[in-house]
Design a protein around this ligand. Structure first.
Ligand SMILES: [Zn+2]
Length: 158
C-alpha cells in the first residue's frame, strides 16, 4: 500500500515566503561578513581617519600645483594603503553638483574647476566605499564635509 504523500505542496505563496526568508538570511550573512572584516582589517574610526599634519600639507601643496588629479590622489592612496580613486572632469556633469562619486566604479566625476574641499569630500566617499573608514550611511555627507574641513585646517589652509 502506498503511504500518503506527506510532503508539503509548495504553493506560490509559500514560495514567495521562502524566497523572502532566503533574502533575509543572505542579508544577515553579508552583515556578519562585514563585521568580521571590520575586526580583521581594523577599520579606521572617523576621528582617526584624517592623516597627520605632514601628510595633509604635502597633499594640499600637490593640489596647489596640480594639472591632473593623479599626483595627490596617489599620495593619499599610499597613505591609506588603498586603491586609488579614479577622477575625471565631466563637462556634462549635472550643474547641481560640483562632483559626484560612484562607489561601484570607485570613480569621481567633477566640474572642470573644483575646490580642494570638494575633492577631499569625494575622497572620503572613496574611503567609505573601500571600507577603510567606518561610517553610517546617513552620516556620510556630513562626515565627508568634516573630513575635508579638518584636512584643510591641518594643512594650514583655513
Ligand atoms: Zn558627498
Amino acid at each position: 500500500m502506498n503511504k500518503p504523500n506527506r510532503r508539503k505542496i509548495i504553493t506560490q505563496k509559500n514560495w514567495l515566503d521562502l524566497q523572502r526568508k532566503l533574502d533575509n538570511l543572505e542579508w544577515q550573512l553579508s552583515f556578519i561578513r562585514d563585521n568580521m572584516q571590520t575586526r580583521t582589517k581594523n577599520y579606521l574610526r572617523f576621528d582617526e581617519c584624517v592623516p597627520p599634519t605632514s601628510v595633509c600639507k604635502d597633499v594640499v601643496s600637490m593640489m596647489d600645483g596640480m594639472k591632473t588629479y593623479t599626483g595627490f590622489i596617489g599620495k593619499l592612496a599610499d597613505y591609506y594603503g588603498c586603491a586609488i580613486m579614479q577622477a575625471y572632469v565631466d563637462i556634462n556633469l549635472d550643474p547641481k553638483y560640483n562632483a559626484v562619486y560612484y562607489a561601484d566604479r570607485k570613480t569621481t566625476y567633477t566640474k572642470p574647476t573644483v575646490s580642494k574641499s570638494t575633492i577631499l569630500h569625494e575622497f572620503f566617499h572613496h574611503l567609505v566605499a573601500l571600507h577603510i573608514v567606518v561610517c553610517e550611511k546617513e552620516d556620510e555627507e556630513k562626515k565627508a564635509d568634516v573630513y575635508a574641513r579638518t584636512f584643510l585646517v591641518r594643512a594650514g589652509e583655513e
